[in-house]
Design a protein. Structure first.
Length: 611
């Protein structure tokens, strides 16, 4: 195009210059040459600009027409618009082509949603095509027939799916819904090991005259497959450890839960970045082999956090974890938490005992400085524990702990105690959700003790039990939370038992309205000594007032005491619960009912799950 523009003018200029060169003077010749050079440059610029303009004018974006589909059913309009796709400006001038395009699109889009009598009209406007759909009556599903033969017919999952098929009777017809149901049935056969399953009938019988569609699916499941070999690749963890994570036996029937359990078990160890389970179907032997591809985690995970509670005030936390320490599945972690009344650090080393999820040995060491009310402790502790998890969520803990503790009370002289404590504990917990749980429970009990032969100044046996229960009342909006604690220390002299092992009460998670660990027996000077026995009880009602806010009312009572005639300390009040993205944050105003407390009320701020 550029050449065509330049050539004619060039010929004229050359002719003119030739004539001038014969007739004119030298000055005229120089002027003509100068004009020719400048004009040639202008020609180039004009040609380039013209080419750009023509390209822009011919671009598909500028020629595209906006399509608007109007229908009573928005889903119908959207589906037809998708089938129409893009329409160019040129196609508006080719009505026969446009009619064919619209006819096919409307037919496909309408038929997919059961509109078998739909018609349309359209109007062409400036850079816009408006299509109006007269949908006509929509067809309905009638008398669905879904039959399953073979072993699958006896499984509850297939029976339930057949029942759901009946619910579409007299519902608006939708080909996509039929296809989805058929695919769900096919997926279910794969999940339960019916790899030879076949549809002997797979029809959607359309009756346009009566405007109905009858789904007919006849499935023969064939023989159910059994699990074969399971092999692991890509991990340095010893196979003997990995095999404990397989939740089924060789020869067991294939079902979807086993795949989920195997995948969950492997991920719960935190040994791996990624788990990929590949299925290998053996038609001859009717077995399913699994190849598990693993990617070991070699990461060091770090945690840095800050928080606040009335018990401890502002606090900061740092943590480190390495979930896979070596090929034997060992793991390690370290954490430290600092606040004004308490500073502590702890390190743990975990060794699998056969099954890394359910049986392991935990070796830990920790150091704690604590200065609360009248007691100050400096405690170094080490322990070895065997922990056993059961499928019923019960956890057993057998431990042997060694303590070196230096403590003082009421500014008195420091006492150092060294002792070993054998112990045994049982626990079980459940919480329905994380952000706003409506159901849950938590049970914990333990027995620990020491004697003079194990280094203690006095023999003692400490037992403790606690239970928390969360349940809705009438509806999920109203929740009831109950808490209770009981504890006892059997000893000849409670004052010879180290302070860290005595009972104290009061605080955010004990008796609200009282300072942290401010409720206990006292000596003749009024110094809080801690008690040999513990009773605390709490009842709380909360109501979901707004989407992320609950209001609550509560009553707490209890005591840490030595003599049974010592009074209970009681606090009542109310508060709000913010269901934040990071968990529940509680603000409580509590009024102590004891005459011995100086403050008229106390504000408690805490965060975390209610149990």
């Amino acid at each position: 195009m550029g050449v065509c523009l330049i050539c004619p003018y060039s010929a004229v200029l050359i002719t003119s210059w030739a004539n001038l060169s014969i007739i004119g003077r030298s000055e005229t010749f120089i002027q003509v040459v100068d004009f020719l050079i400048k004009f040639t440059r202008l020609q180039r610029y004009a040609a380039i600009l013209t080419t750009i303009i023509l390209l822009l004018l011919s671009s598909p974006a500028s020629a595209r027409v906006k399509v608007e589909v109007l229908a009573i059913d928005p889903a119908l309009a959207e589906n037809i618009e998708i089938h129409i796709g893009s329409v160019s400006q040129e196609s508006l001038d080719q009505r026969q082509t446009l009619d064919n395009q619209l006819k096919k699109a409307v037919e496909k889009g309408a038929f997919a949603l059961g509109y078998y009598h739909a018609s349309y009209s359209y109007r062409v406007m400036k850079k816009k095509l408006r299509i109006t759909i007269d949908s006509g009556p929509r067809a309905q599903f009638i008398d669905p027939i879904v039959e399953v033969y073979g072993e699958a017919a006896l499984l509850p999952e297939f029976i339930a799916l057949q029942q759901t098929a009946l619910t579409v009777d007299r519902q608006p017809l939708d080909h996509g819904r039929y296809d989805d149901f058929k695919q769900t049935l096919r997926t279910l056969t794969n999940e339960y090991g019916f790899y030879d399953a076949k549809f002997t009938k797979n029809e959607l019988r359309i009756d346009r005259q009566n405007n109905t569609g009858q789904p007919v699916l006849i499935l023969h499941s064939g023989e159910r497959y059994h699990f074969g070999e399971v092999s692991f690749e890509g991990s340095s963890v010893e196979e003997s450890i990995l095999r404990f994570l397989i939740p089924f036996e060789k020869g067991g029937l294939v079902d979807r839960d086993t795949f989920l359990d195997l995948n969950r078990n492997l991920l719960d160890t935190e040994y791996f970045n990624e788990v990929n389970i590949q299925r290998q179907i053996n038609k001859d032997t009717k077995t399913l082999d699994l190849l598990v591809l693993l990617d070991d985690s070699d990461k060091n995970r770090f945690e840095v956090g800050a928080g606040y509670s009335t018990d401890y005030g502002p606090r900061v936390r740092f943590g480190w974890n390495k979930s896979l320490f070596n090929s034997k599945g060992h793991s390690a972690d370290f954490s430290t938490e600092l606040s004004q009344p308490k500073q502590e650090m702890e390190a743990n080393y975990r060794i699998p005992w056969d099954d890394p999820l359910r049986k392991f040995v935990n070796i830990s060491s920790g150091y704690q400085l604590k200065d609360v009310e009248d007691s100050a402790t400096d405690l170094f502790t080490s322990s070895v524990a065997y922990i056993r998890h059961y499928d019923s969520d019960w956890v057993l803990n057998y431990s042997l702990t060694g303590d070196i503790e230096t403590y003082s009370q009421g500014g008195g002289p420091a006492t150092t105690a060294q002792y070993i404590l054998p112990g045994f504990g049982v626990s079980k917990s459940y919480l329905s959700e994380v952000r706003d749980p409506s159901r849950g429970h938590r049970f914990e009990t333990y027995v620990r003790g020491s004697t003079e032969s194990l280094g203690a100044d006095v023999a003692f046996l400490k037992s403790y039990v606690s239970y928390r229960y969360l349940t809705p009342i009438f509806s999920r909006k109203t929740l009831l939370l109950l808490r209770g604690e009981l504890g006892a220390i059997e000893t000849d002299d409670i004052l010879q038992v180290p302070v860290s092992r005595r009972f104290f009460a009061g605080g955010d998670n004990s008796i609200r309205g009282y300072n942290f660990e401010s409720v206990s027996s006292t000596d003749s000077d009024g110094i809080l000594t801690g008690g040999a026995y513990l009773n605390t009880f709490s009842i709380e009602l909360s109501y979901l007032l707004f989407e992320n806010w609950r209001v609550a009312a509560f009553a707490d009572t209890g005591r840490a005491y030595n003599d049974s005639d010592e009074p209970f300390s009681t606090g009542v009040g109310g508060g709000i619960r913010w269901l934040s993205p990071i968990g529940q944050i509680r603000f409580d105003l509590a009024i102590p009912l004891s005459d011995e407390v100086d403050q008229n009320y106390m504000i408690h701020i805490s965060m975390g799950p209610p149990l």
